[in-house]
Design a protein around this ligand. Structure first.
Ligand SMILES: N[C@@H](CCC(=O)N[C@@H](CS)C(=O)NCC(=O)O)C(=O)O
Length: 224
C-alpha cells in the first residue's frame, strides 16, 4: 500500500489516514507531498492525487490501473477495517460501537470553528490563546463526548473506548490542538490526551513533524 500525506506538522487529515494504516498492521509506504509549497499546484494535479482532486490523505492499495484507491480519512478507516477486520478499528460491543461510530462521524462533519481557528500545528506552543465562543462550544461538546465514552466504555485501557481504536485516530489531531494551544481541560481529559500523545505512533509522527523544514504561514496564526 502507498499512502500519500501532507506535512506532518499541519495535515490533520493525513495524521488520521496514517494512524489508520498503522492500526491496520499492514505494510505501507508513505509519500509526503508538502502542502502549499512551491510545487503544490503541480503535485496536486499529478495522477497519484487525481482521484481525491488534489487532497491528502490518499491510499493506493497496489499498483496498476485497477488498483483500489481510497481518499478521505474516514473512507480509509472503513476500507482498512474491511480488509483486516472490524474489531481492529471499532469496539466489539454494539452499544459502544454505535457511540464510537457516531463520534467519528461527528468529528468528520463538524467542529469547523475549532478546525479553522486552531489549526493543527504540532511544533507550536501557544500561551493565552483567545478562545472564541464558537470554538468554546466545539471544545465543550468534544469534552462531553470524551467524558461519556471514557466513563461508559473506557474501562479496558486509557483510550476513549479502552483500547486504541478509530475514535482515538480521528480525535488525535484534536488532542494535538488542545495540547499545543494550551486549552484548559479537566483531569480526565489530561490523562486521556497524555495517553494519545505518548502513544508510539503519535510520537513517531510528532518527531517527524518537528524535524520537517516547511512552514505554512497561514497556519501559524491561531485564533484568526
Ligand atoms: N475530508 C477529507 C479532508 C482532506 C483534506 O482537506 N486534506 C487537506 C490537508 S489536511 C488538503 O489536502 N488540503 C489541500 C487543499 O485542499 O488544497 C479527509 O477526511 O481526508
Amino acid at each position: 500500500m502507498k499512502l500519500i500525506i501532507g506535512n506532518k506538522n499541519y495535515s490533520s487529515w493525513s495524521l488520521r489516514g496514517w494512524l489508520a494504516c498503522k492500526q491496520s498492521g499492514l505494510h505501507f509506504e508513505e509519500i509526503t507531498v508538502p502542502l502549499y509549497g512551491e510545487d503544490w499546484e503541480e503535485n496536486r494535479r499529478a495522477d497519484d492525487l487525481a482521484p481525491s482532486s488534489g487532497k491528502v490523505p490518499i491510499l493506493w492499495d497496489g499498483d496498476g490501473e485497477d488498483a483500489p484507491v481510497v481518499w478521505d480519512s474516514l473512507a480509509i478507516i472503513d476500507y482498512l477495517a474491511d480488509k483486516v477486520g472490524r474489531d481492529r478499528f471499532w469496539p466489539k460491543d454494539e452499544t459502544a460501537r454505535a457511540m464510537a461510530r457516531s463520534m467519528v462521524a461527528e468529528m468528520h462533519s463538524s467542529y469547523l470553528a475549532l478546525r479553522r481557528n486552531l489549526p493543527m500545528n504540532i511544533r507550536k506552543r501557544v500561551e493565552g490563546v483567545e478562545i472564541k465562543s464558537e470554538v468554546r462550544a466545539d471544545i465543550v461538546r468534544i469534552l462531553s463526548l470524551w467524558a461519556e465514552a471514557r466513563a461508559r466504555f473506557g474501562k479496558g485501557g486509557p483510550f476513549l473506548f479502552g483500547t486504541f481504536c478509530a475514535t482515538d485516530i480521528i480525535y488525535a489531531p484534536v488532542v494535538s490542538r488542545f495540547m499545543t494551544y494550551g486549552v484548559p481541560v479537566p483531569g480526565f481529559a489530561v490523562t486521556y490526551m497524555e495517553a494519545v500523545w505518548t502513544h508510539d505512533w503519535m510520537q513517531m509522527w510528532i518527531d517527524a513533524a518537528e524535524s520537517e523544514g516547511w512552514t505554512i504561514e497561514q497556519f501559524e496564526e491561531p485564533a484568526r
